[in-house]
Ligand binder design. Structure first.
Ligand code: CU
Length: 649
């Protein structure tokens, strides 16, 4: 240990605490000392490497905190990526693995790539000529979008950091609100970032540029602001019912530890429910570990569009600073997030995570028809959320915890639809949003990684679905129906697709604990059951985002298996992540397991999505089934504000 501050002085107080500003700085010094520093080096995926289960379990407050940080280090000129783990307490590199650019993928998009896209294209004769053909004598009003390149069989791209660039006309004079409504279609530049050149320019000859303004703040488009909306305020005069201590939230029997990292954003840990004095564990960790946006338009300018927003764009770093009264209404507590840029310089995203509670209508209600007594209780939920902006789109991730033990994830998609030039006449692959302005069809596929721990670490998953029964001696009038329960014994057996017509759900149960009736305590994953990845099975994206071809995956727990599409999905040829993790077909019955759920939106844009899109939703619920011995909300009192909640007849 040399001049730099000793990491031991700045380690936080719990093994799962997010990486601190001081730790980022110390990490950089350690890496520099080991030869992984200088102008040529970039750092990505800076993550706490969470300690093994037994180490966390044995940890006592005040004791020395075990601390490892993993980071992808890229030496740009040689384009050499290294996966490195640093032992922060020891102040040294614990593991270093040189990766092969190309075969193992490429480092994610760097901040500088946004600038490079523009510089490289505008310095390229062919690009300038293509723009001139479309009426641009100067490059001043052209904006270049650095889009992750994917893998499409171009041998000359292997081992190079690539992006593909689509261009837009900044037509509106002040501000960029309308930028995406003026796609300069027909041209895509395949840009080699390693050698800073346009490797290939595709020009289809399409030259039309949509003209309608998409400036959603322009009074000429919005019209006068309506004046009919009266103030709507949420008041909690005695404060909220939750309590936040450092990164831990306690609310109505729930206990949740929060974390945050630059790749996946918010992570939730050690989620327990206090059941009459007993802390019962439900999840060790929960996050949205990947999201991919594959496009369905087959033209040469758009058929390669697939963006992995976590693995390629590190959406955690792109989290918004939330604003009270705008993003969040009511009695709010915020958590800041500290992440690092490509140079490992830490920066703070203030108010990155929003915590509040919401009224959610009726919890339960009954009017006794004999006594005419009426009882009703109100439902509430705790909301832990964050919002990110990735290029044109904005995504909100809202975790809900309900009084009755239910957990829900709601992903919100909003922002500006990616737009294209649209051929005249019938064209099935892009909606016409404005004259000749296309909204290409696409999907948003999310992967939620649920490190389950229903009453402990030994869990199993059953697939449950309804079953019709034929009329017969045991079913004389044909009214009978039942359900089938199938244990998913191994990782390959547990790759399943939702089927809403069968009411298919997945039950995660303890193999050790039972309720008072002898049934295993369990939670059920209820999928929305919307379409999975629609691209052909042989397509590049099906190989690179194989996670999105199944609704359910179950793996044996491994602390380094965190990424549904693999560690380095940018330009990865495919097969990484879940297909690789499950290749050994490990047993998942009565083991320490992780449940992965794919869900998402299939988006056929509509005119109402332009020029800015009202929020659309995708998610799932995870709710108790035979976990509690009875309705766990019988102790919820009538609303103290209202006399009507218990009414004698
Ligand atoms: Cu969309």
């Amino acid at each position: 240990m040399n001049q730099h501050q000793k990491p031991a002085d700045i380690i936080p107080s719990h093994p799962l605490d997010p990486i601190t500003t001081g730790e980022f700085t110390a990490l950089k010094a350690i890496l520099e000392e080991a030869g992984h520093g200088g102008e040529d080096v970039r750092y990505s995926y800076v993550m706490l490497r969470e300690p093994p289960r037994d180490v966390i379990a044995a940890f006592k407050p005040g004791a020395k905190v075990p601390r490892e940080i993993s980071v992808l280090v890229t030496h740009l000129a040689r384009n050499e990526p290294y996966a490195i783990v640093v032992d922060m307490a020891e102040g040294r590199i614990a593991e270093e693995r040189k990766l092969t650019a190309g075969k193992d993928g490429e480092a994610p998009i760097f901040d500088q790539d946004y600038v490079s896209a523009e510089e490289i294209c505008k310095a390229d004769e062919g690009y300038v000529a293509a723009m001139k053909k479309r009426g641009f004598d100067t490059m001043d009003d052209i904006r270049c979008a650095p889009l992750s390149a994917g893998v499409f069989g171009h041998e000359d791209e292997v081992g190079l950091r690539m992006i593909r660039v689509l261009s837009f006309w900044a037509k509106e004079p002040d501000g960029q609100h309308g930028l995406f409504s003026h796609p300069i279609d027909g041209v895509v530049a395949h840009v080699d970032l390693t050698n800073r050149r346009v490797l290939r320019l595709v020009d289809t000859g399409y030259t039309h540029i949509p003209q309608d303004s998409g400036d959603y703040l322009d009074p000429e488009i919005t019209g006068p602001m309506r004046t009919s909306m009266k103030p709507l305020q949420i008041l909690q005069p005695e404060g909220p019912s939750f309590d936040v201590q450092d990164t831990c939230i306690k609310w109505e029997n729930w206990s949740i530890r929060t974390g945050f990292n630059g790749r996946e954003g918010l992570t939730l840990h050690d989620i327990t429910f206090n059941d009459k004095g007993t802390e019962r564990r439900i999840l060790n960790r929960a996050s949205v570990c990947e999201m991919v946006v594959p496009y369905g338009e087959p033209s040469p300018t758009h058929d390669w569009q697939n963006y992995f927003d976590a693995g390629e764009y590190q959406f955690g770093r792109l989290a918004n600073s939330l604003v009270l009264g705008c993003d969040c209404l009511g009695e709010i507590r915020y958590l800041d997030a500290v992440v690092a840029d490509d140079f490992l310089n830490p920066f703070t995203i203030e108010n990155a995570v929003c915590i509040h509670e919401e009224d959610y209508g009726t919890l339960w209600k009954h009017t006794d028809v004999f006594t005419l007594k009426s009882d009703v209780r109100r439902q509430r939920r705790l909301v832990v959320s964050f919002f990110v902006t990735v290029g044109n789109y904005d995504y909100g991730f809202y975790w809900y915890f309900y009084l009755d033990g239910k957990i829900e994830l709601e992903c919100k998609a909003t922002g500006v639809v990616f737009m294209s030039g649209r051929p005249e006449g019938e064209y099935e692959f892009a909606t016409e949003l404005a004259p000749r302005l296309g909204g290409p069809i696409h999907q948003h596929m999310f992967s939620a990684r649920l490190d389950v721990a229903i009453d402990g670490f030994r869990n199993a998953v059953d697939e449950i679905e309804v079953k019709r029964l034929p009329m017969g001696p045991d079913n004389p009038v044909g009214n009978a129906f039942t359900r089938t329960i199938t244990r998913l014994g191994s990782e390959k057996e547990a790759q399943r697709v939702a089927a809403n017509d069968k009411g298919r759900i997945w039950r995660v149960s303890s193999t050790e604990k039972t309720n008072r009736l002898g049934d295993p305590t369990a939670f059920v994953l209820v999928p929305e059951g919307l379409p999975l990845l629609l691209a052909d099975d042989e397509s590049s994206i099906a190989k690179r985002a194989t996670f999105a071809t199944k609704s359910l995956w179950v793996t044996q727990y491994d602390r380094d298996e965190l990424w549904a599409a693999g560690y380095m999905p940018n330009q990865h040829p495919g097969g990484a992540g879940l297909p690789e993790y499950t290749a050994g077909d490990r047993k998942v019955d009565g083991e320490d397991i992780v449940v992965w759920h794919t869900f998402g939106l299939t988006h056929f844009p509509r005119t109402e999505d332009w020029p800015v899109m009202p929020v659309d939703y995708a998610g799932f619920t995870f709710r108790p089934e035979n976990f509690f011995d009875r309705n766990p909300t019988l102790d919820v009192p009538p609303d103290p504000n209202k006399a009507c909640c218990h009414k004698d007849g």
